[in-house]
Design a protein around this ligand. Structure first.
Ligand SMILES: *[C@@H]1O[C@H](CO)[C@@H](O)[C@H](O)[C@H]1NC(C)=O
Ligand SMILES: *[C@@H]1O[C@H](CO)[C@@H](O)[C@H](O)[C@H]1NC(C)=O
Ligand SMILES: *[C@@H]1O[C@H](CO)[C@@H](O)[C@H](O)[C@H]1NC(C)=O
Ligand SMILES: *[C@@H]1O[C@H](CO)[C@@H](O)[C@H](O)[C@H]1NC(C)=O
Ligand SMILES: *[C@@H]1O[C@H](CO)[C@@H](O)[C@H](O)[C@H]1NC(C)=O
Ligand SMILES: *[C@@H]1O[C@H](CO)[C@@H](O)[C@H](O)[C@H]1NC(C)=O
Ligand SMILES: *[C@@H]1O[C@H](CO)[C@@H](O)[C@H](O)[C@H]1NC(C)=O
Ligand SMILES: *[C@@H]1O[C@H](CO)[C@@H](O)[C@H](O)[C@H]1NC(C)=O
Ligand SMILES: *[C@@H]1O[C@H](CO)[C@@H](O)[C@H](O)[C@H]1NC(C)=O
Ligand SMILES: *[C@@H]1O[C@H](CO)[C@@H](O)[C@H](O)[C@H]1NC(C)=O
Ligand SMILES: *[C@@H]1O[C@H](CO)[C@@H](O)[C@H](O)[C@H]1NC(C)=O
Length: 463
């Protein structure tokens, strides 16, 4: 990820030193890099129109607690200027009029965070072709209109988080040919429209978390051939159509946590040939249709935690020739089907089945289908002592660690076995020594045999 970080991020971190005071409203600073900057406080929107301090040598302009209201062509009407960084955070801006920043032709970083912007007039960003970073987060934008960013062919980062966007017009992103990061988290999008990102051929990371997305058009991701990361967590997506993600041939990580998926359709992920991690936790998935996971040739980690699976068929994971980690924990799995016909899963190293409802499954057949497995996690299921002990011995022989927690500590498993097996002893001796006896007399000495030792241990919990 680091390689796409623009130089601007570095500049933000550079501490500045106070050089001199100009007047009551603005202070001049000099950054460590000897770049002059001006910081103004409590000024209104007519202030910069009569700005006297020479902006021709100023690289940064910053306003804090200002009341700018409307920014138009006259606001920053500087003839000559070297301004590359403008930060107007929390400055009560409501509207950006056309050519608002037109004179700041060297502008690279524009921060308009935490204002009240609900309207962007067409051409408001015209003239700032060198802009690399535009931050419009924490405003009240509802619609993005066609061509609104069309003059910003160098833009690298566009932050639209925490607005109220519910509609993005088809040509809204036109011209953003170099955009790499797009943030649209915490908005009100309900649908990802046909080819809506088609003008972003160089996008690497797309954040769409915490919207109200229910539906993704079959061609929504058209032309995003360089996208590496797609974050769709916390939406209401309930259906994926066949080949929904097909154009995303460079995608590495796809996150669909906390959505409303109930089944995986045929070929839902087909085309994601470079995907390494797929996060589907916290959905309502209980069914994987045949060929549901087909095409995930490079997948290493599949996260199906906290879904509604009752039955898992090992053949769901056929053809995932690079799958190393499979998380199936926190479902309600009571049946784990493995067929003699299932394909052998040579790459699988970790299988997490903890917090399910398994009482038994064919672990010998399972092992033969995943011969390189190193860890099987089986905390909190419904297995009895005999089954668990036999499985443990079998897997021990194969050098497979049977874990009872994510720490996967050998001693924990031994304690666990003692624990579930002691329960069996207690149950089997119940007809001789009923519980009333034990609970009424805690001082009784039972340390005669191993069986009594277990009873004493469980008694200790009650006394
Ligand atoms: C910068 O502006 C000042 C007046 O504001 C002017 O005297 C000076 O010549 C300008 N310098 C350049 C390099 O334009
Ligand atoms: C703008 O800054 C550059 C250095 O970054 C400097 O060489 C140039 O003279 C400056 N121009 C003005 C008008 O101050
Ligand atoms: C911020 O601006 C408001 C209104 O202009 C003013 O009442 C308040 O005192 C200012 N706060 C600071 C910290 O300057
Ligand atoms: C998603 O929702 C959960 C629960 O409402 C919340 O805890 C989490 O912070 C949200 N994540 C994002 C990225 O908004
Ligand atoms: C999930 O889908 C069910 C119907 O399938 C619906 O009743 C429920 O409201 C949906 N939940 C969300 C968070 O969209
Ligand atoms: C899962 O389905 C149940 C109904 O079966 C619904 O109440 C719940 O909201 C769904 N969960 C999610 C995350 O959509
Ligand atoms: C699984 O469920 C258990 C018990 O409800 C909980 O303690 C644990 O945090 C859950 N794990 C995950 C990954 O959700
Ligand atoms: C566990 O599975 C049994 C049947 O094997 C079922 O009766 C029980 O309700 C299940 N428990 C949970 C918590 O799903
Ligand atoms: C398990 O490991 C031991 C040595 O650590 C080795 O001798 C044995 O062959 C291994 N067994 C299997 C089934 O890999
Ligand atoms: C496991 O128990 C043995 C003996 O009781 C102890 O020496 C060892 O340090 C323990 N290992 C861990 C990882 O706790
Ligand atoms: C078991 O409990 C009953 C009372 O519930 C008592 O009468 C009886 O003596 C107890 N002990 C045995 C060994 O049955």
């Amino acid at each position: 990820m680091a390689k796409w970080l623009p130089p601007m991020v570095l500049i933000i971190l550079v501490p500045t030193t106070n050089l001199e005071n100009d007047d009551g409203s603005c202070r001049r600073h000099l950054s460590v890099l000897n770049w002059p900057q001006i910081t103004c406080t409590n000024v209104d929107n007519s202030f910069f129109q009569h700005f006297v301090a020479s902006p021709n040598r100023t690289h940064w302009i910053k306003c804090t607690n200002c009341s700018l209201n409307v920014i138009d062509e006259r606001t920053f009407n500087f003839l000559k200027n070297n301004v590359s960084y403008v930060e107007l955070q929390a400055s009560r801006i409501r509207t950006l009029k056309r050519l608002a920043f037109n004179k700041l032709f060297l502008l690279k970083y524009l921060n308009l965070r935490k204002n009240d912007i609900d309207y962007l007039e067409p051409k408001c960003f015209t003239g700032i072709k060198r802009l690399l970073h535009l931050d419009l987060s924490f405003n009240f934008l509802k619609i993005l209109t066609n061509n609104i960013f069309s003059d910003m062919s160098n833009l690298d980062i566009l932050n639209l988080n925490y607005n109220q966007l519910f509609y993005i017009q088809p040509y809204a992103f036109a011209g953003l040919v170099n955009l790499k990061y797009l943030y649209i988290n915490h908005n009100d999008l309900k649908k990802l429209e046909d080819k809506m990102f088609r003008y972003l051929p160089n996008l690497k990371i797309l954040y769409l978390e915490h919207n109200s997305i229910v539906e993704i058009h079959q061609n929504a991701f058209f032309n995003l051939k360089n996208l590496n990361f797609l974050y769709l967590n916390n939406n209401s997506i309930n259906f994926l159509v066949q080949y929904n993600f097909k154009p995303l041939t460079s995608l590495i990580d796809l996150q669909l946590r906390l959505n409303n998926l109930t089944e995986i359709q045929v070929s839902s992920f087909n085309g994601l040939s470079n995907l390494r991690t797929l996060h589907l936790s916290n959905n309502n998935i209980s069914i994987v249709k045949p060929y549901g996971f087909v095409g995930l040739d490079s997948l290493k980690v599949l996260d199906l935690v906290r879904n509604k699976f009752v039955l898992i068929d090992f053949s769901y994971f056929d053809k995932m020739e690079n799958l190393e980690v499979l998380w199936l924990n926190n479902n309600s799995i009571s049946t784990f089907e493995i067929s003699y016909k299932s394909e052998v899963q040579n790459s699988l190293v970790i299988l997490d089945l903890s917090f399910n409802n398994l009482s038994m499954f064919n672990y010998k057949l399972l092992y033969s289908k995943m011969p390189n497995i190193k860890e099987v996690v089986l905390e909190k299921n419904s297995m009895n002592c005999d089954f668990f002990t036999n499985m443990y011995n079998f897997l021990q022989d194969k050098n497979v660690t049977l874990c009872v927690s994510s720490h996967c500590n050998f001693n924990e498993t031994v304690v666990y076995i003692d624990d579930i097996c002691s329960e069996v002893y207690v149950t089997s001796t119940d007809h001789v020594y009923n519980s009333t006896d034990f609970s009424t007399d805690c001082s009784t000495n039972f340390f005669g045999s191993t069986v009594f030792m277990f009873i004493a241990l469980s008694l200790a919990l009650f006394c």
